[in-house]
Design a protein around this ligand. Structure first.
Ligand code: AMP
Ligand code: TRP
Length: 333
């Protein structure tokens, strides 16, 4: 069976882009691949976080994933920091990665564009190396993610290939699994930007836990484009195309067909709003149930971490051996 691994940050709030670009595929993938899903709390530390909030959001993110349909009987759901092998492998990979290739990462460039590099945390720079460790430590074949992760996945492949070349075959070289539809949901207020946890655009970010009326309002107030024609053209009509895409993914129809059935923005917005509410309502109901019993989720995470750790520790031992680290208690020669 092929193995899939993916991760999500427990920061901000889980939004429609996360759901359409990643989480809904993870749910479907559970029965197709041996699936590992990781809440990447260590990655969240690359920018300032309140400790209490980080802890609360980590549990909340787990509940959202379970409410979306991840099933601990069919996948392994765990918290990154509970499997310390990731950070140890990350160090080995840092000694394979180069400054130049990390400096080319657009996410690092974007996040340091305003404040400059000097004050940026080193962890923000090495972020993609830890991400590579998350993936390689599970011998993952596939990594289902949204479009914004393509470059990080290329780096991960480069590191795996270089390590294998230098030290002998150690890692599976993974592939990004980016589905064409829903992989890039844009901000509802600024359709030139992706919907993001870190953006300061609360009206443009539709949260999976937003009450239905709030979802409806955000979609009805979405920024559209000049003119009145509805067509699917992400370059020329980014605002309208984003709504068309959301409606298309929510209803499982091709975007061109969705666009062709509207000649005004108003009805498109209304239908997109209703489709999103309908799509997310079952998740919200299950979330409320789970939120009433946090111990249940904590127990699921505990079991997930134990299972993940069994796989991770074996891969880590292989990698340490490959680079020549002396195992405890073994005399060589
Ligand atoms: P993050 O919120 O950065 O932890 O992302 C978790 C997953 O959601 C990753 O696979 C991302 O690629 C995906 N994702 C994040 N934002 C979007 C978006 N606006 N559209 C589609 N997928 C997204
Ligand atoms: N960097 C990813 C994001 O922001 C999160 C992530 C961390 C991840 N480790 C991963 C995604 C491993 C896939 C596989 O979305």
């Amino acid at each position: 069976m092929t193995r899939a691994l993916s991760g999500i940050q427990p920061t901000g709030d889980t939004h429609l882009g996360n759901y359409l670009g990643a989480v809904r595929h993870w749910v479907a993938d559970q029965d197709v691949h041996d699936s590992y899903y990781c809440i990447v709390d260590l990655h969240a530390l690359t920018i300032p976080r309140d400790p209490g909030q980080l802890r609360a959001k980590t549990l909340e993110t787990a509940m959202i994933l379970l409410a979306a349909g991840l099933d601990p009987a069919r996948c392994t759901l765990f918290v990154q920091s509970q499997v310390p092998e990731h950070t140890e492998l990350s160090w080995l990979l840092e000694c394979v990665a180069s400054m130049g290739e990390l400096r080319r990462m657009t996410q690092f460039k974007d996040k340091t564009a305003k404040g400059g590099e000097t004050e940026a945390r080193v962890g923000l720079f090495t972020y993609p190396v830890l991400q590579a460790a998350d993936i390689l430590i599970y011998d993952a074949d596939l990594v289902p993610v949204g479009e914004d992760q393509r470059q990080h996945l290329e780096l991960c492949r480069d590191l795996a290939l270089r390590f294998n070349h230098r030290y002998g075959d150690t890692f599976v070289v993974p592939e990004a699994l980016i589905r064409p539809l829903g992989a890039k949901i844009q901000d509802l207020q600024e359709p030139a930007r992706k919907m993001s946890k870190s953006s300061e655009s609360p009206q443009g970010t539709l949260l999976v836990l937003d009450p239905p009326d709030v979802m409806r309002r955000k979609i009805r107030r979405a920024v559209t484009d000049p003119g009145t024609e509805v067509r699917f053209d992400p370059e020329g009509k980014p605002g309208v195309s984003n709504l068309v895409q959301i409606l298309a993914v929510a209803t499982g129809r091709p975007p061109a067909e969705v666009a062709a059935s509207y000649d005004q923005y108003g009805p498109l917005k209304n239908d997109a709003a209703e489709a999103v509410v309908e799509l997310l309502l079952p998740l919200q109901e299950r979330y409320r149930e789970l939120a009433g019993d946090p111990k249940r989720t904590a127990a699921i995470l505990e079991e997930g971490a134990a299972k993940a750790q069994r796989v991770a520790s074996a891969t880590l031992a292989r990698a340490k051996d490959a680079v020549g680290l002396l195992p405890r208690g073994r005399v060589v020669g």
